[in-house]
Design a binder for this molecule. Structure first.
Ligand SMILES: Cc1ncc(COP(=O)(O)O)c(C=O)c1O
Length: 425
């Protein structure tokens, strides 16, 4: 799909975008900032690679004192948390958070069945048991009432996912966690930019994990962030994931965890440099994604067969893709997606397809899993029904970055026309 004027190759797109940006100034730009970002990132990458050629030791930042520290400080300012640890991926951040909280074999962590698999696999990495709570039918985030029903004497933490950039219902979840002495580890891989009354997603819960991977608002190509106000947790996460020279530099030679055996979950300094290069543009790119989201919805107007997944909070969500719910005849869903693709719309029946609790019981896993009744069919009926009959992924976050709002509007209109003709014919 060639969504942007100026040709198909990334370089052509970037050149066209930059020329337009130079003419119009960034705020009034008619080109998607996602395309221009590629150019600024590619410049940074080239510069960093040249520096690395001259001084290869800069390509391995054991002390986390260069680009990595700059990224962490920049993100701590944006997220409003005392500490941010830059790390190799969002999955690694969740793994480190669980380890830093001392969660392991025999413990249970309450998770959502409707997410990407990486939200749950870190629970399996540490040998704990994922216990699935069902989701809310409107936002598709974890349902606090179902969470409450899943609590046992083994429960140690709740792991909500801020899905598609909308915040999970944190107020009731925090209340449940407080009542039962549980930790909250939030998976905010999609939620950079989401805010409640000016407070970022990162401040809700004990620790909040972001991804800097593909399609994320701040991306290093790969990478992750662990954000927390808890200095002890931060120190343990650092010792678990970083080179001891960094832990020694930041917490001194007497640091308790200095000699613990850990992982190498360091972010590559070039990934940190790429992510850092995108911080200045973050409001611009978030604004662009929201405009694309709104334009698509306006083009689509009201189609009874499609329900919009509400974004939460409504005025400051992170706009990570456009998810919809098919409310028409279930048999038509696959056909509509196939017909939409023929028209050049990137619509598909996804993204989750099989709820995570069923993947545990239906697929071969490289981990030993203690079975739980929530791993069986029927345990999370809303998530199961949504995956089987309803889920539609209209635009991915990457699609949003490369589309102009006017193009998204046209896509919404095309989808509207397709569904109207299809349902009538
Ligand atoms: C909801 C969710 N959680 C966790 C992750 C893992 O992030 P990463 O790919 O950086 O490991 C992803 C990846 O996109 C995700 O979508």
């Amino acid at each position: 799909m060639d969504a942007v004027k100026g040709g198909n190759s990334v370089n052509e797109r970037c050149r066209a975008s930059i020329q337009t940006l130079e003419h119009e100034g960034r705020e009034g730009a008619t080109c998607p900032p996602g395309a221009a970002m590629s150019l600024s990132q590619s410049l940074i990458l080239r510069q960093a690679a040249m520096v690395g050629l001259d001084n290869p030791s800069l390509l391995s930042d054991l002390e986390g004192a260069g680009m990595v520290a700059e990224l962490e400080q920049g993100m701590a300012r944006i997220l409003g948390t005392r500490h941010v640890l830059a790390i190799s991926s969002g999955t690694a951040a969740l793994h480190a958070a669980l380890l830093a909280l001392g969660i392991g074999r025999g413990d249970e962590v309450i998770v959502s069945p409707y997410s990407w698999g990486q939200s749950v696999s870190p629970v399996l990495f540490v040998g704990a048991t994922p216990v699935f709570a069902d989701i809310l039918p409107d936002t598709l985030c974890i349902d606090p009432r179902s969470v409450r029903e899943r609590i046992s004497r083994r429960t140690r933490a709740i792991l909500p996912v801020h899905l598609f950039g909308s915040l999970a219902p944190m107020e009731p979840l925090l209340a449940i966690a407080k009542e039962h002495g549980l930790a909250i580890i939030a998976d905010a891989a999609h939620a950079l930019g989401a805010e409640v009354e000016g407070r970022s997603a990162a401040v809700f819960g004990d620790v909040c994990c972001f991804s800097l991977g593909r399609g994320k608002l701040v991306s290093g190509g790969e990478g992750g962030l662990l954000a927390t106000n808890d200095t002890g947790l931060f120190q343990r996460a650092m010792a678990i994931t970083q080179h001891p020279s960094r832990t020694r530099r930041e917490f001194g030679p007497d640091c308790e965890q200095l000699h613990d055996l850990g992982y190498n979950y360091r972010i590559h300094p070039l990934a940190a440099a790429l992510a850092l290069a995108s911080l200045g543009d973050l409001p611009l790119r978030l604004g662009h994604r929201r405009r694309v989201w709104n334009a698509f919805q306006q083009g689509l107007r009201t189609v009874t067969a499609l329900r919009n997944i509400p974004c939460s909070p409504p005025d400051s969500w992170a706009a990570y893709g456009i998810a919809l719910s098919w409310e028409g005849e279930p048999a038509y869903r696959q056909e509509i997606a196939a017909r939409a693709q023929e028209l050049g719309l990137p619509l598909r029946c996804g993204p989750v397809k099989t709820p995570l609790h069923l993947r545990i019981s239906q697929t071969a896993l490289p981990f030993k899993v203690k079975r739980h009744f929530t791993h069986l069919e029927g345990a999370c009926p809303i998530a199961e029904a949504h995956c089987a009959h309803k889920e539609i992924w209209a635009l991915s976050a990457t699609d949003m970055d490369t589309l102009l709002p006017a193009e998204a509007h046209t896509m919404g209109e095309k989808l509207q026309a397709l569904i109207s003709s299809y349902v009538i014919s």
